[in-house]
Design a protein around this ligand. Structure first.
Ligand code: BGC
Length: 356
């Protein structure tokens, strides 16, 4: 009898507990989808539209600036912006986007960690009636709605043209970005337009050609160390795909006291790269004004939702469709124009760049 009474009280207690908690269930968020990296920039109750933003990383400074710009623009336009950062993890990005879709976003801005597998994110968004803007990086193999980026082949061309003009002959280390990022393919394609003909002529010898997983500076440093030791330090030029990987290579060069002696490219106009340019250890970088790109993304999202024309004047093929595209223009930066391009534009502060 005592046992029966105990069981009944346990049953009643469980019922009361479940009833009390039923109101909280919808607000519980998947832990891996959030991990401290999401935010709602504005008060949803006052916003007419809600935008989901899925970024691949905050590792490189540029992605931090993209996020800051978009949050500010969304706030200025009274738009609710829900941000998720996947930390270079495609599976995590997939579940974070499921979460954003479940939150009733009207549109998704997606910068994919993995160009190919993220096609399923676009498909799921479409099934939920949500359009997707492919941001900076192109989602491959799906009918993504619009691609907003820089002219990425041009980025590579600017790097390739610059380095081959400076070093038309000699031993080259040619590094590409992450194989999972379509931009890495486009940058390399652009750069090789200048490097390959000289390699075919025998003027340039490519002593190392490799790609860097997830754009890791530490991996770039190891590859550079290997190239230096395999060639008795006789390297004449380095094609580094971005500033992060350039930083890794420059560390390897510094170990051999060769920093500042071997021309090396970069991209992103990160503060540390700008400092290296004025100090003479990095030769150039590329300026892609992420403030413009970020603002444009929020504007385009609004235009799509209002059924307005996007002004997409070109298309880029993603192995499924020709995606309507808006591509901003990249600019070369070296010690000759750094003040003009990066400081006078307010992108970087003079005191920071010239800090000793
Ligand atoms: C971006 C670069 C960035 C790289 C690593 C590329 O997709 O276009 O600006 O340096 O990813 O995050």
């Amino acid at each position: 009898m005592k046992k029966l009474v105990n069981r009944i009280s346990l049953f009643l207690f469980t019922l009361v507990f479940l009833f009390a908690c039923s109101g909280c269930v919808t607000s519980v968020q998947p832990t891996d989808a959030n991990s401290g990296s999401d935010s709602d920039s504005t008060d949803t109750s006052k916003s007419e539209i809600s935008i989901g933003l899925s970024l691949p990383t905050q590792k490189e400074e540029r992605w931090v600036k993209d996020r800051i710009t978009m949050e500010a623009e969304a706030k200025a336009l009274g738009v609710d912006l829900k941000v998720q950062v996947s930390e270079d993890d495609a599976v995590k990005q997939d579940s974070q986007c499921d979460y954003l879709i479940s939150q009733g976003i009207d549109i998704l801005i997606l910068a994919p960690s993995d160009a190919k597998s993220s096609a399923s994110i676009v498909d799921k968004a479409h099934k939920a009636g949500i359009k997707v803007i492919s941001y900076d990086r192109l989602v491959m193999g799906t009918d993504v709605d619009v691609y907003l980026s820089f002219d990425n082949v041009k980025v590579g061309e600017l790097q390739g043209e610059y380095i081959t003009k400076l070093v038309p002959k000699g031993n080259y280390v040619v590094l590409a970005g992450s194989p999972s990022d379509n931009n890495a393919t486009l940058f390399k394609k652009g750069a090789m337009k200048y490097i390959q003909p000289l390699a075919d002529k025998g003027d340039i010898k490519i002593v190392l050609e490799d790609a860097i997983t997830d754009w890791q500076p530490s991996e770039a440093m190891k590859k550079m160390q290997t190239a230096l030791s395999a060639n008795g330090n006789k390297i004449d030029a380095v094609l580094a795909p971005n500033d992060g990987t350039a930083g890794g290579c420059i560390q390897a060069l510094a170990e051999q006291k060769l920093d500042g002696k071997i021309p090396i490219t970069g991209q992103d106009s990160e503060l540390q790269a700008a400092q290296r340019i004025v100090q003479g250890t990095q030769t150039m970088t590329i300026f892609k004004d992420t403030r413009e790109l970020g603002k444009e993304a929020i504007k385009i999202a609004k235009k799509i939702l209002n059924g307005e024309d996007l002004g997409a004047t070109q298309t880029v093929n993603n192995e499924k469709i020709d995606v309507p595209s808006i591509l901003l223009t990249p600019v070369v930066v070296d010690k000759n124009n750094i003040d003009d391009v990066l400081i006078n534009s307010g992108y970087l502060k003079k005191d920071d760049v010239y800090k000793k």
